[in-house]
Write a protein that binds this ligand. Structure first.
Ligand code: ADP
Ligand code: ASP
Ligand code: MG
Length: 416
């Protein structure tokens, strides 16, 4: 039993879907579970729908219409017969979404977000499942919400492992080709939940863990895990092999090629993870497995843009000690700020955060009551694993360094 994951970039149009089928034909498709994300940038588009629902009702219908049109074009490109029932199945899914938005009474943004966002994956897997059946790759479409159970921490739900394991063990035919949605789960009341942006990799790992899969392969638009994000760094090089530990570190610091939660379940059962190019499926890509040393041994660069650096100092030159630090962390937790780096001295405390939930203003207000607060928005956080002096120097050229922190293997630099 193998698990394959195809991300949004791999199925961004009809050619992407045809290519997915080609990959399956080349690698064999029996005994495979494929996890698929929403097509292209559909999740972003659905985020706009949620925003419009709460803040800009005038644009709501047209934002839904755009998503329908995008998928309809893909359907027209894939299916010659416009009376194929996939057209109707997709239409019904969009009607379900509109119906939810019409009747919803909940003012909870995160709840509405998860009920809405899931349609990206539901529609993509519906289209792909029908297409594969049409060309003879017989498969079963599964609703992932009947398998992955979570708490109701909407937008970043936590998996209820025992229930999930039970559902998967009792209700899954491993011999055939199965297809299901990444990123989603459901809570105790069967409402849709999501596992955090880019969470489809994690879905692949959850199934692999519960099914004792022999491997997971994430199919990407890059040759594998590179030593830097090719969008921001020239000459990024392929890493042939890395250990789970290294991959966990890279993902933790923000290498967006693998979702950070993905590695832990795989590592626990020593299930190897391959990251490969969907354009060149025969190439080896990157193998992530136990105890493998980084090959080649070179510095790895990670950048997170759009971060916020908050520097605090005491109002009266008193020391910042455990008690204040505990207050600060309580507030960061309360406002769901993701902490990237912290640094403290006798009378100051700096923290670089990711403002995912848009709570910055509220946080600052709270902090200003107790501290002198300096806030830099829109900073970049660079991390270099296995750094060399040369790598640091080259990175710092032309940038203003606001904070720098070195440990044995890792340097982190916040720049403006
Ligand atoms: P998916 O469609 O599977 O969700 P993503 O677009 O999320 O794929 O991830 C693939 C992208 O990740 C690549 O196109 C690349 O720009 C980016 N990326 C960031 N860091 C790395 C890295 N270290 N190695 C490879 N790709 C990386
Ligand atoms: N579609 C979701 C997202 O864009 C999940 C994923 O692609 O992994 O975040
Ligand atoms: Mg992605």
């Amino acid at each position: 039993m193998r698990v394959f994951k195809f991300g949004g970039a791999s199925v961004k149009d009809a050619n992407g879907v045809k290519n997915l089928a080609k990959v399956l034909s080349k690698t064999g498709h029996k005994g495979t579970l494929i996890i698929v994300s929403a097509m292209g940038k559909t999740t972003n588009a659905l985020e706009t729908v949620v925003k419009n629902y709460f803040e800009n009702k005038d644009e709501l219908q047209s934002s839904i219409q755009d998503i329908k049109k995008f998928h309809n074009q893909i359907l027209l490109d894939l299916f010659e017969n416009e009376r194929h029932f996939v057209f109707n199945t997709v239409k019904l899914l969009f009607e379900e979404l509109s119906g939810f938005l019409k009747t919803n009474k909940s003012p909870d943004y995160n709840f509405v977000y998860d009920q809405t966002i899931g349609y990206g994956e539901l529609v993509s897997t519906t289209i792909i499942s029908h297409y594969l059946n049409e060309i003879g790759l017989k498969n079963t479409w599964l609703d992932v919400r009947e398998y992955i159970k979570t708490d109701n921490y909407y937008r970043r739900a936590n998996v209820e492992w025992d229930l999930t394991q039970k559902n998967i063990t009792s209700n899954f035919d491993t011999s055939q080709l199965n297809i299901t949605q990444g990123f989603l789960g459901s809570d105790a009341n069967n409402f849709t939940t999501s596992l955090g942006r880019e969470g489809s990799d994690y879905t692949a790992a959850i199934f692999a863990f519960c099914l004792n899969a022999t491997s997971v392969t994430i199919w990407k638009d890059v040759p594998g895990v590179l030593n830097a994000d090719p969008r921001y760094f020239e000459n990024a090089k392929l890493l042939n092999q890395i250990s789970y530990r290294e991959a966990i570190e890279l993902a933790f610091y923000g290498a967006s090629v693998i979702h950070p939660k993905t590695l832990q379940p795989l590592q626990r059962k020593e299930i190897p993870l391959f990251v490969k190019s969907f354009l060149n499926p025969e190439n080896a890509g990157t193998c992530v497995s136990k105890g493998k040393t980084l090959d080649p041994e070179i510095p790895c660069f990670i950048v997170k843009k759009n971060q916020i650096l908050i520097s605090l100092s005491s109002l009266d030159f008193s020391y910042i000690v455990e008690e204040n630090i505990s207050d600060i962390f309580n507030l960061l937790h309360l406002y769901k700020m993701k902490v990237d780096v912290i640094q403290n001295s006798a009378i100051s405390f700096s923290v670089c955060i990711d403002n995912i939930y848009n709570n910055l203003e509220k946080l600052l207000q709270h902090l200003k009551a107790k501290f002198k607060v300096h806030c830099h928005e829109n900073v970049s956080l660079y991390t270099i694993r296995h750094f060399t002096p040369k790598a640091i120097n080259e990175l710092e050229v032309g940038k203003t360094v606001l904070l720098k922190q070195l440990t044995q293997e890792t340097v982190q630099i916040v720049t403006k």
